[in-house]
Design a protein around this ligand. Structure first.
Ligand code: COA
Length: 696
């Protein structure tokens, strides 16, 4: 019964299906509601309002989803307001019904909420995730959602930012019908019934959401969480117009708040990081269906889990039978746990477990499309292994090392095919950590880099490309940060003081608790492997503790002590005595140190090193560095990452801070020398964001 189709230049397609007109959003990739798209839809609605031959309107979308919400990239730039659209829909003289599919989020869902009814295809996910960006729903969501599904369910949905699947949405009354087929057909029929006055909502509204959406207990973005509560209260007590006015004010307040800026920066940064400007267009990913993972330790079996989850067949190689046995058990346990937590179906859990086979010999790598090496961090061992892989693997296999610090170019040079070698630095625990540093060697081919990035996406990871340099991006920055954390101990702070200050800043754990968790021996060994012979203060405390058998949590004692079976770090007077003794031997003068100094020194060291490696080209963008620190090292997302934080402080302030630190500890003046890029940006009044923008 299609009678006409015309293409609106501003991404709203119009189809006339008899007396119903379907307006279809068509703005790839996700129908983000930019002001221009909202205006185009508003214009189309205005035209239809007066047309005699149109009895009802269906708003639908083409492409992968209905809409991922307001255009995040347009916030703060655009004229026009997509938030007016819902009011227009609500007051439209013709009934408007939403036909939803795929992601229906934020302003996309709010558009749906203003419609008279909502029909969802079975794959629809509905949510108001604005809180995760430090915002509140700003297109009437805070007022219309509680009116539709009740205050408790609305509060849970908006404060958690989580999504509901179509059937869950049906159960709470958020949608009126769910269909496996085309939602437009069902929506058209419903719209005609509405036009004829023969449909009304039968089900009770406001069913409880139950346990499925607990309101998060952790820290909530501010002021968004507070503003949201005020809007919810208004929704219960005030007329709609008043509530909407309050929401509009609250939205503007959140939009300009530092936390929202930081969270939106983090969102954009983690999507930008997968784009590598100098990759030639038209590359196609090579087939990666069979992988060999070498080394069945914690990293090896964690990586095997990630690959198996993406449907890749994995051969896990380790000459040590006991290690193989432990790894297979750990993989099975991981999947069993996922099953218990309801994150996997039984069939999928056993399929994933079965996808991993263990072998003693490397010969199985002959069939591999991809090899990931995850052996002990030793250059000699890795070079020998890559030499062997070069002999065993077929041409065209992608060869990756999971080294966290070593020179990927030297490892690649052990083969006759350095163009196929790259670093894939997974973080521990590999299945849980989303960050993947993709290390681009001097001779890594664009195709190999492209394949590494494509693999990261397939594994659901966030890739960040790094050039070869000791420690790449993340671990290189740990150096100066950890050094300050350690100097502070020698100079008079306790481990708990340092940790407390950085936790108060927003890290989930302080550097000394992290040291104990990872194992103090790891850093000591890495320094020895790197042949570092620097300042005798560097690593002094850790070396002393390791010599005493205090390796951290795994030995029940490190910088802290631990009760049997407990991970709670407890202050240990013995450690304090050791630190005092080390300070005496090293000639370090001790004094009172306050929280502010701790945060300032650790952060300035981090920022300065970030600027240094950015200037050297180890990272391509400041935002990539932020992504690494947010996802790999627990930098608080609501502060946007170290370099966004530096921008927020102001680079002049950062420079002054470095100068102050240098004056306070003249012995360490070299450490506080500003990175050239930092000096340059500060002198020219630019920020790291400006630097990134000039390169975009
Ligand atoms: N505004 C503008 N662009 C958006 C967007 C939005 N609201 N949501 C997604 N995009 C863009 C992404 O930047 C990406 O662009 P790119 O391919 O140029 O990098 C593209 O759409 C695909 O998004 P991506 O996140 O890579 O896909 P995904 O399948 O992993 O996730 C979503 C899809 C919709 C779940 C996810 O993008 C998301 O959470 N978006 C934000 C939703 C939101 O918070 N809406 C409220 C806005 S106030």
């Amino acid at each position: 019964m299609k009678t006409a189709a015309e293409h609106d230049p501003a991404w709203v397609l119009r189809e006339v299906l008899g007396p119903v007109v379907v307006l279809r959003l068509a703005r790839p990739p996700v129908n983000a509601l930019s002001p221009a798209l909202a205006q185009a839809l508003a214009q189309a609605l205005r035209e239809l309002a007066d047309r005699q031959d149109c009895q009802a309107i269906v708003v639908a979308a083409q492409g992968r989803c209905f809409s991922a919400g307001a255009d995040i990239h347009a916030f703060g730039h655009a004229a026009g307001d997509p938030h007016e659209l819902p009011g227009q829909i609500e007051t439209c003289p013709k009934p408007v019904v939403a036909a939803l599919h795929g992601d229906t989020l934020g302003a996309g869902l709010e558009l749906g909420l203003a419609c008279r009814a909502r029909v969802a295809r079975e794959d629809t996910r509905l949510g108001l995730p604005e809180i995760t960006l430090g915002l509140i729903p700003g297109a009437g969501g805070t007022q219309r959602l509680p009116r539709l599904i009740g205050a408790d369910a609305a509060r849970a949905l908006m404060l958690s930012g989580q999504f509901l699947h179509a059937r869950e949405a049906l159960a709470v009354g958020l949608v009126d019908e769910v269909t496996p087929g085309d939602p437009v057909d069902v929506a058209c029929a419903l719209a005609l019934r509405l036009a004829a006055g023969s449909w009304s909502r039968a089900r009770p509204r406001g069913l409880p959401l139950g346990e499925s959406l607990p309101v998060p207990k952790g820290r909530l973005p501010q002021p968004a969480a507070q503003v949201l509560e005020a809007c919810l209260a208004a929704a219960l007590e005030r007329p709609l117009a008043e509530g909407l006015a309050l929401e509009a004010l609250g939205f503007a307040q959140c939009l300009h708040a530092p936390e929202s800026r930081a969270l939106r920066h983090a969102f954009a940064a983690e999507r930008r990081s997968r784009q590598v400007p100098d990759l030639p267009a038209g590359l196609r990913p090579r087939t990666l269906e069979r992988a060999t993972v070498v080394g069945a330790g914690t990293m090896g079996h964690g990586i095997a889990i990630c690959l198996a989850a993406a449907g890749i067949q994995v051969d896990l190689v380790d000459p040590d039978a006991a290690a193989r046995g432990r790894a297979l058990l750990a993989i099975e346990n991981h999947h069993a746990q996922q099953l218990r937590r309801g994150r996997l179906q039984a069939q999928e859990a056993s399929a994933r477990t079965a996808r991993v086979q263990a072998h003693a010999q490397l010969s199985c790598a002959a069939d591999a499309d991809l090899v990931v090496e995850a052996v002990y961090e030793s250059m000699a061992l890795k070079c020998a292994l890559f030499e062997a892989l070069d002999r065993v693997c077929r041409p065209g296999a992608l060869l990756a090392t999971n080294t966290s610090t070593l020179d990927v170019d030297r490892i690649a040079a052990a083969t006759q095919r350095p163009e196929d070698v790259l670093g894939l630095h997974f973080f521990s625990p590999a299945p849980a950590m989303r960050l993947l540093e993709v290390v681009r060697g001097a001779r890594t081919s664009p195709q190999a880099l492209f394949d590494g990035l494509a693999l990261a996406r397939r594994l659901g990871k966030i890739p960040v490309v790094a050039r070869v340099a000791p420690g790449f991006i993340g671990n290189r920055m740990v150096g100066p940060y950890g050094r300050q954390a350690e100097r502070l101990l020698l100079e008079g702070a306790t481990p708990q003081q340092v940790d407390r200050a950085l936790v108060a800043f927003g890290f989930p754990m302080g550097p000394h608790s992290v040291g104990d968790l990872v194992g103090l021996d790891v850093g000591v060994r890495a320094a020895a492997e790197g042949g570092a012979r620097g300042d005798p203060r560097d690593g002094a405390i850790a070396r002393r503790l390791v010599a005493l058998g205090r390796l951290g949590q795994k030995t029940g004692a490190g910088l802290y002590r631990y009760e049997a079976g407990s991970r709670e770090p407890l202050a240990d007077p013995q450690v304090e005595a050791i630190i005092r003794e080390e300070a005496r031997q090293l000639g370090v003068r001790r004094r009172e140190i306050d929280e502010q100094e701790i945060v300032q020194r650790c952060l300035l060291a981090l920022i300065n090193e970030g600027a240094a490696l950015l200037g050297e080209g180890v990272a391509a963008r400041a935002s990539d560095i932020d992504t690494v620190w947010i996802h790999g090292y627990g930098f608080p997302r609501w502060k946007g990452g170290p370099l966004h934080h530096a921008d927020a402080l102001g680079l002049t302030q950062v420079m002054e801070g470095l100068a102050r630190c240098s004056r306070m500890s003249p012995h360490d003046a070299a450490l506080w020398e500003p990175a050239p890029l930092l000096g340059e940006l500060s002198r020219s009044g630019r920020s790291f964001a400006d630097w990134d923008a000039q390169r975009a």
